[in-house]
Design a protein around this ligand. Structure first.
Ligand code: ZN
Length: 210
């Protein structure tokens, strides 16, 4: 048993705190006011190792995982892959970083006894998140990753560019918001090197559109 104590750590971060942590991390470790954020460089500057573990995705249905000693993020890629082109993998790296920066004390609290493999460890993290924290940890890591890779100012600016180039904005605004958000996201997601749904989510929860 590897728990500092048996008491379940209390955990409650507001969305504003999570966003502030993501903004601060970007400022400290990416350092440039420029998109796309080079997430693997920033993670290495922070002092974590990124270690390729080909086959991770097939093994445990996720692309990345924090190691048990919290020193490394394992990731399902080989040096032959182009990380910058793998938008999903970039988000996974930022998500795992979120686990570490937002609730490291819980990762350290999770019992490691009986864990024999990466698969078992990844499973145990997910179970703890789902059972004890109502999946709060996963949602918060997603929020951290989204905000880190999609800074709000840049999102607003890129959205504004597309809207300004639209001949009749009033016409666009007469549609339901969901399909318009998807349209906007398809136009701008490449600038951030994230997948379309990540931008759709940011537009909605950061109230950039509508
Ligand atoms: Zn996770």
């Amino acid at each position: 048993m590897n728990r500092p104590n048996d008491k379940l750590p209390v955990y409650r971060l507001t969305q504003n705190v999570i966003r502030a942590k993501a903004d601060q991390f970007r400022l400290d470790y990416w350092r440039l006011d420029k998109i796309p954020v080079d997430i693997d460089l920033a993670i290495e500057r922070y002092g974590l190792d990124i270690a390729p573990l080909p086959g991770l995705r097939a093994l445990c249905a996720q692309e990345a995982c924090v190691s048990m000693d919290c020193s490394t993020i394992w990731v399902d890629y080989t040096p032959a892959n182009n990380l910058a082109q793998d938008f999903r993998l970039r988000f996974s790296l930022a998500h795992e970083l979120g686990h570490l920066l937002l609730h490291r004390e819980i990762l350290e609290w999770i019992p490691q006894s009986g864990v024999q493999s990466v698969l078992e460890w990844a499973k145990r993290i997910r179970e703890v998140s789902a059972d004890l924290y109502s999946s709060r940890l996963e949602k918060d890591a997603d929020e951290f990753a989204g905000r880190l890779l999609v800074p709000r100012n840049d999102l607003e600016r890129e959205t504004r560019k597309v809207l300004d180039a639209t001949p009749n904005q009033q016409y666009l605004r007469s549609f339901r918001a969901d399909p318009v958000r998807e349209h906007l996201a398809r136009k701008i997601h490449r600038a951030f090197q994230v997948n379309v749904p990540v931008i759709e989510t940011r537009l909605r929860i950061e109230e950039v559109y509508p």
